[in-house]
Design a binder for this molecule. Structure first.
Ligand SMILES: Nc1nc2c(c(=O)[nH]1)N[C@H]1C(S)=C(S)[C@@H](COP(=O)(O)O)O[C@H]1N2
Ligand SMILES: [Mo]
Length: 386
């Protein structure tokens, strides 16, 4: 019975192999597409790490508040390269998929490691890119923490990629440079490879150009896929989570609202009128969302450092802000001292020349330079020295 099954599989795989006659299923195509995919993956990985460690800081990693647009650029690049990875990965899989039917399935330790690492790589990349894409549309249809899973999958991808490249190094080396075509068949293969790789690059470029409008205003008009558009929303600024979603209307619009600023046992309460009576500072800073969209806005309000000084804090101390929102991931955010004492960090009361709309955090929100959007807390209730 087992011999019969073995015979059957061998025949089946042999027959499948016979179907893949295109010259595109060649190591050279795999290397050309693989290089592009590797570049996109590594860029996406590096920018992803940066975003992760801005949100989960390592004690020894410095917090950079300049340039103010760095996170905007890096997160825009993260989402754009992630999107470009999708056609590149599909092309790479198509190029090599006859290998799926190679017989015998494994020939020894080396091939077992190779195949296992590829299985891991394919499964984790499909999950990573799929959930990442869904996340760009602000849709989190799973019970786990997106960021933690995204982070660990990225390491699995990079690890399996390193093994894969290590195993394939001789082949990669042999096909890194194009060989001069000598026969007509060679020339035909070269022509079809150029067409194929050209089409893949074009697909990646079109996807990028038609979705990057969410962070590059000049490309706004050709923004077909991105879920948010520059300037679209109250105060001419897109909204991420709405006041209704956060169930915040009553608390935010309460005329008795105050901002509590505290340091140890000392707490001072500021009314909205009280905050408006203080010196107002104007800054131009972006909201740069992890989901890829970003936009500059003109904010005005009171410097955080001024409020901290009023409760006797000094510049060695960090703070945290709390939202009126009582549950969820946004209720409290750390404000490391690099942000807290920066002259551009505000308790913002106005945006783009008008009081904050309730959707943007009325009566007051935090805005700080080079900080992920998710940490720019809306509907503040307190600022506390920690
Ligand atoms: N309290 C609170 N603050 C919040 C959020 C939230 O849901 N609740 N969303 C954050 C996210 S993810 C982003 S990108 C920005 C978006 O700000 P905006 O909606 O004013 O554009 O607010 C941040 N501050
Ligand atoms: Mo965000």
């Amino acid at each position: 019975m087992r011999r019969l099954l073995g015979w059957f599989l061998r025949k089946l795989f042999g027959w499948m192999q016979g179907l893949f006659t295109s010259t595109l299923h060649s190591p050279r195509t795999a290397v050309v597409v693989g290089r592009l995919l590797g570049l996109a993956f590594v860029t996406c990985f590096a920018t992803g790490l940066y975003s992760h460690f801005l949100q989960d800081p390592l004690p020894w990693l410095p917090v950079l508040t300049r340039p103010t647009w760095l996170y905007r650029l890096s997160q825009g690049t993260h989402v754009a390269t992630g999107v470009a990875c999708i056609p590149l990965l599909l092309a790479k899989l198509w190029t090599v998929y006859p290998k799926l039917f190679s017989w015998p399935v494994v020939t020894g330790i080396k091939s077992a490691v190779e195949r296992a690492s590829i299985a891991l790589f394919v499964a984790s990349s499909v999950l990573e890119l799929g959930t990442g894409l869904v996340n760009d549309y602000k849709w989190y249809p799973w019970p786990f923490s997106f960021r933690q899973v995204h982070f660990w999958l990225a390491w699995i991808i990079i690890g399996s990629l390193v093994i894969h490249i290590g195993v394939k190094l001789p082949l990669i080396h042999a096909h890194w440079r194009a060989t001069r075509p000598t026969t007509t068949a060679d020339r035909d293969a070269l022509t079809s490879r150029r067409g194929f790789v050209g089409a893949v690059i074009a697909a990646a470029a079109v996807l990028t150009v038609t979705s990057v409008g969410q962070s590059v205003p000049a490309l706004g008009p050709v923004d077909l896929f991105a879920p948010r558009r520059p300037g679209d929303g109250p105060n001419a600024l897109p909204v991420n989570r709405t006041a209704a979603e956060a169930k915040i209307h009553a608390a935010a619009l309460d005329p008795g609202w105050t901002l509590k600023v505290s340091n140890g046992g000392l707490t001072r309460s500021f009314t909205l009128a009280g905050l408006r009576a203080m010196p107002q500072t104007e800054v131009v800073l972006p909201i740069a969302c992890v989901e890829g969209w970003s936009q500059n806005a003109r904010w005005a309000g009171v410097r955080v450092r001024e409020l901290l000084t009023m409760v006797g804090a000094d510049s060695s101390q960090s703070a945290e802000v709390r939202s009126l929102e009582v549950s969820g991931a946004y209720t409290v955010a750390p404000v490391p001292r690099e942000y807290a004492w920066d002259e551009l960090t505000l308790i913002a009361l106005n945006v783009n020349g008008a009081p904050l709309d309730v959707e943007h955090g009325y009566p007051a929100r935090l805005i700080a330079p080079n900080r992920p959007g998710v940490l720019q807390t809306k509907w503040l209730s307190s600022l506390e020295v920690i």
